[in-house]
Design a protein around this ligand. Structure first.
Ligand code: F6R
Length: 254
């Protein structure tokens, strides 16, 4: 696991966006795995800027999002489809037909989950998976538990996650209690993983992710066994890391 400490959120967003631009420039038909939440918002904003400066062409790129709330239609302002459209897809030249987000209102959720994984496999697998991390160590909506799931599945959200995500809704009661999420197997199959974290609140979980033991109680800790994970944090999120866990960005060939 490589850890890059950016000076601030802007730099973190810039480094992450440039990773995507570099990949798409080398491989225009790249398959991106995308996340929602507050953390990657700056990266999406930066990607739109770089697109407007003609630095990147997404016309052949496909994307698969990690997760979607159960019961929310794509037009719902808190749905992850809506988030992706408004923060990124509406502003770049990706073909929306090539952007996939699990369908939270599918009649048969089990079929939707199987079809989602099959679609990823048929596309050739994810080249670069972007992840945020929950304060409780979740990635996607793989919540701490005795068991972890390989494939895309329906999951109950923990109280922690419902509380954390209630900031986006008018009241906590409106936060869906279930979501469809890619499983740990799907995430681990990505060729490269970029995990982003910003702010002091994320410092304890970042320390556990990088320096702690691998445990299903910290789902993100399984990333320690992936051969190409880059953790990009700002100084606040890195504040509880031991010095020797951090590698200088100059010394890393990304
Ligand atoms: C979102 C997702 C979640 C978030 C995590 C952190 O698609 O999969 O795992 O990445 O909850 O969210 P923020 O960035 O809002 O702190």
């Amino acid at each position: 696991m490589k850890v890059i400490v950016a000076k601030n959120y802007e730099e973190l967003s810039d480094i992450a966006a440039k990773q995507i631009v570099e990949l798409v420039s080398e491989k225009p038909q790249a398959i991106l795995g995308l996340a929602t939440g507050s953390t990657p918002e700056g990266m999406y904003k930066r990607l739109v800027e770089l697109y407007n400066e003609n630095k990147v062409d997404f016309s052949k790129t496909k994307s698969f999002n990690l997760d979607e709330y159960k019961g929310l239609k794509g037009e719902h302002p808190q749905s992850y489809r809506y988030f992706m459209n408004t923060k990124l897809f509406d502003h770049i030249n990706i073909d929306k037909a090539n952007t996939y987000v699990p369908n939270g209102t599918a009649e048969n959720i089990e079929e939707e989950c199987l079809a989602y994984d099959e679609r990823i496999t048929a596309a050739g697998g994810i080249d670069l998976q972007v992840l945020g991390i929950g304060n409780n160590g979740h990635i996607g909506f793989n919540e701490p538990s005795d068991f972890l799931y390989m494939g895309t599945h329906l999951t109950d959200l923990t109280e922690d996650t419902i509380n954390a995500n209630s900031r986006f809704f008018d009241s906590k009661d409106e936060v869906p209690t279930q979501a469809i999420t890619m499983g740990l197997g799907g995430i681990m199959k990505a060729k490269r993983i970029l995990l982003l974290a910003s702010g002091e609140k994320k410092a304890p979980i970042i320390a556990k992710l990088v320096e702690g033991k691998i445990s299903t109680k910290i789902p993100a800790s399984i990333l320690q066994v992936h051969s190409d994970v880059v953790v990009i944090v700002n100084e606040a999120a890195a504040s509880l890391l031991k010095k020797n866990s951090i590698r200088n960005i100059e010394s890393i060939s990304l």
